[in-house]
Structures are given as structure tokens and as C-alpha cells.
Design a protein around this ligand. Structure first.
Ligand code: C5P
Length: 422
């Protein structure tokens, strides 16, 4: 295991939810990567896991009480808030998120979270309805605007036989997000407005007053009522760009094909299925200052969609004639009137990535093209990380290291800001 968090000190705030048991595994994962972990348990957390278990796994004592004289004399809450490189909250319950958003300081966890200027990562976990409640989504938007980083929640089966977003991100995903956050904080020079908790400065909202339109996900092109043509796009990159643009203060419209992702906070989401619906939704959402076409739009659709299910009769296979879909990016980039100031295209390629991408930028008339290699070696479509090349109109290429898609989203938004705000 690489010591990718070697020497880093993490204050781990464990909230009171059923997922608290996974925080114990997170301690192990962080330590495997070389981090020192100092656990802090809320009263609720102690109903699910013991301070002793957390302390034994961390090899450090676990903190629990704001008004413990011995503890305050030993290491006060202000010192706890300073004496680390990052604060991780896992699980971040609805209650803890609400208290963080309010600036509450009624217990040790919330006091430390209010007092700290360190980068904070929260890993929310709660019942799906609590997560989707407008109050929680409002709190999430507030926290993101305050510069708090978020990982998850994941979608899946939950306690109480429910299904949907609300599961704690896996410990490995949380550890990856800690690495990405600390990496971003280190480079706060270039991306300062998105990583400024590291310096304790208040967040700027550099895209305030701008309308950003993002397409994301695959399209489904129906063959009959039960079958369709689709692709492997997860929508993660497009959604991450929309989320980062909202955090940067933009008004964001996200036009998404069918995906299994929660709606990013503070974003207007328009759901579509087909390429033609996506084009209509994009047209309806204009004008925009920045348009990012991250969707993997189906190039073709069946020439006819049958109203009833095609039957298998054991003799001939049905003919599947295809017709070309409209090219949304080329249509919008080619407009004289109401063309967004900055039009950004994506190119997922399996071969001759840069040559194909350069040709695509010219053919489609965009200002910036984000190319990625989706061959088996390059990193399959639908994954959590992305290795991208940025191609500008003059043909210059910039290759970025492999980063998680949220971080790619934040850095792209920083670049868009530079391009349109000067
Ligand atoms: O031609 P290709 O599908 O590789 O082009 C990729 C870029 O074009 C992406 O930005 C994608 O969102 C956009 N596109 C589109 N409408 C299509 C096909 C692609 O907007 N019908």
C-alpha cells in the first residue's frame, strides 16, 4: 500500500448513525496510507461504536466531551481544531450537517468544526428521504458554498428496506477523496477560489451572475417499449462540473440523460432520455454564458420506434435500421445568435486520442475540448477517475494527471472562470 497520506494528520469526526461502524474501517484505510488519525465521537456515535474501539484502531485516544476538564487541560477544542491537516466527518448525519450549516457549537464535534480553518470533507449517510429533503439539500448547498468538500452518498439498498442515495461512501472512496482534497489544497495557488478553506479565507463566488449549462450522461434511444440503445456513460463527470460551477456561484442548468446519480445541490436538473429531447432542452435553457457538452449523446437512433414489443419468432432477427441524431454541440457552437461565450466539448476516444480530438474541436466549432482515452488501457468509461487532455483553439494540449472526477470538475470550472472572466 502506498504511503500516499504519509505524515498527514486527520481529525476524524464520527457522527451518530448506523454507518458509524464503517468509520472504524476508515481509520484502518487512512492509516494504511500513512495518515495519523485522531478520532472524535459525537454522543450519538457512541451509541453505535465505542471510543475504545476507535482509539484502539487509531492508536490515539478518542475525544468525546466538550466539558471534560481533564480533556480540555490536555488538548483543548481549539487545539483539536488546528492540530491536523484536514477534518473528515464520517458519517455526516443529517443532524450534524444541519448543525454545521447553522454554525452550531453545542458539543465538541460542532465546536471543533466551527473553530477550524482546515479543509473539511464530509461523507453524508442517512435515510434516503432525509437526504432528499429540501432542508438537507439546502444545508448541503450552504456547506459547499462554505468550501466544505463532499464525498457520496452512494446509491443502493439501505436499512429499513429502502433504496436510493444515502449510503455512506465506501471507506476507500473516502480515503481517495481525502487525498484529492489535500492535493487540491496544496495547489491552492492556481485553484485558490475552490480550495480556500486551506488558507482560511472566505470563499469567493467567481461565477456569480453567470449561467452555466451542462449536458451529462448517456442518451437512451428506444427500439421498442422495452429496449433501447445506450452507452456506458455514468454522468459522473458532467454532474461534477455542474456541482463545481454551482459552488463557484453560477446559476446552473444540468440537462441529464438517464443516470443513477443524485442531483447536485443548487443546480436545476432537466431530465431527458433521447438526443432529440436533449437538444430541445438545451435550446430551451439558452441563453448561457458557458455551455459544457459532457453528455455521451447517442450518434444514431433506430429509424422507427415500435409501439409494441418486437417478438422473437425463432426465424429471422429483426432489421435494425439507424438514422443519425442531431449533433447538439455542433448545432449550438455553430449559432450566430445566442451562442454561449464559451462552448466546451468532450471527446471520449479509444485511439489516436489527440489527433481525433483536435479534428473534433475544429469540426464542431467549440472553444475548448476535453479529451479522454476510454480504451481498456486508458481508463474505461463510467469510472470514478479521469485522465484528461485539454485542447484549445490554437491546438495547444495540456495533459492533466489522473484525478477523481470531482477534482477534474473543480479544475475545469477554475479554467472556465479564467477564460471568461479574464
Ligand atoms: O462526436 P462525438 O460524440 O465524439 O463528440 C463528442 C462531443 O460532442 C461531446 O461534447 C458530446 O457531448 C457532443 N455531442 C453532442 N451531440 C451529439 C454527439 C455528440 O452534443 N449528437
Amino acid at each position: 500500500m502506498s504511503q500516499s497520506l504519509g505524515g498527514r494528520r486527520i481529525l476524524l469526526v464520527i457522527g451518530g448513525g448506523i454507518a458509524a461502524y464503517k468509520a472504524l474501517d476508515l481509520i484502518r484505510r487512512l492509516r494504511e496510507r500513512g495518515a495519523q488519525v485522531r478520532p472524535l465521537l459525537t454522543a450519538g456515535a457512541q451509541e453505535f461504536v465505542t471510543p475504545l474501539a476507535a482509539a484502539a484502531l487509531a492508536g490515539e485516544r478518542a475525544h468525546t466531551d466538550l466539558f471534560d476538564r481533564a480533556e480540555e487541560a490536555d488538548i483543548g477544542h481549539i487545539k483539536l481544531a488546528r492540530d491536523a491537516d484536514a477534518v473528515v466527518v464520517a458519517p455526516a448525519t443529517a443532524n450534524l450537517m444541519a448543525r454545521m450549516a447553522q454554525g452550531d457549537a453545542s458539543d465538541l464535534a460542532s465546536t471543533v468544526l466551527l473553530a477550524t480553518t482546515l479543509p473539511i470533507l464530509i461523507a453524508p449517510a442517512m435515510n434516503v428521504r432525509m437526504w432528499q429533503h429540501p432542508a438537507t439539500q439546502r444545508n448541503l448547498t450552504t456547506l459547499q458554498a462554505d468550501g466544505v468538500h463532499v464525498v457520496g452518498p452512494n446509491e443502493g439498498a439501505m436499512a429499513e428496506a429502502e433504496f436510493g442515495p444515502g449510503r455512506l461512501a465506501e471507506p476507500v472512496e473516502i480515503a481517495d477523496a481525502v487525498e484529492a482534497m489535500l492535493g487540491a489544497a496544496q495547489q491552492a495557488g492556481g485553484f485558490g477560489f475552490l480550495a480556500d478553506r486551506a488558507s482560511g479565507k472566505l470563499r469567493e463566488r467567481p461565477l456569480a451572475g453567470k449561467h452555466v449549462l451542462v449536458t451529462s450522461g448517456p442518451t437512451h434511444e428506444p427500439i421498442d417499449p422495452v429496449r433501447y440503445i445506450a452507452n456506458r456513460s455514468s454522468g459522473r463527470q458532467g454532474h461534477a462540473i455542474a456541482a463545481a460551477a454551482a459552488v463557484a456561484g453560477a446559476t446552473v442548468t444540468l440537462i441529464s440523460g438517464p443516470v443513477a446519480l443524485p442531483d447536485p445541490a443548487g443546480v436545476t436538473v432537466v431530465r431527458v432520455e433521447t438526443a432529440r429531447e436533449m437538444l430541445a432542452a438545451v435550446e430551451a435553457a439558452l441563453p448561457a454564458d458557458i455551455a459544457v457538452f459532457a453528455a455521451a449523446v447517442g450518434d444514431w437512433r433506430p429509424e422507427a420506434t415500435l409501439g409494441t414489443k418486437i417478438k422473437k419468432d425463432g426465424t429471422a432477427v429483426p432489421p435494425l435500421g439507424l438514422v443519425e441524431n442531431p449533433d447538439i454541440l455542433a448545432t449550438i457552437a455553430g449559432r450566430g445568435e445566442r451562442r454561449p461565450t464559451l462552448v466546451v466539448g468532450f471527446a471520449a476516444e479509444t485511439d489516436s486520442v489527440l489527433d481525433n480530438a483536435r479534428a473534433k474541436l475544429v469540426r464542431k466549432g467549440c472553444d475548448l475540448l476535453v479529451a479522454n482515452d476510454v480504451s481498456a488501457e486508458g481508463g474505461v468509461m463510467g469510472g470514478l477517475s479521469n485522465t484528461i487532455h485539454l485542447i484549445t483553439r490554437d491546438g495547444a494540449v495540456e495533459t492533466w494527471p489522473t484525478l477523481d472526477k470531482d477534482e477534474v470538475g473543480r479544475r475545469l470550472v477554475a479554467r472556465f472562470r479564467d477564460l471568461i472572466c479574464g
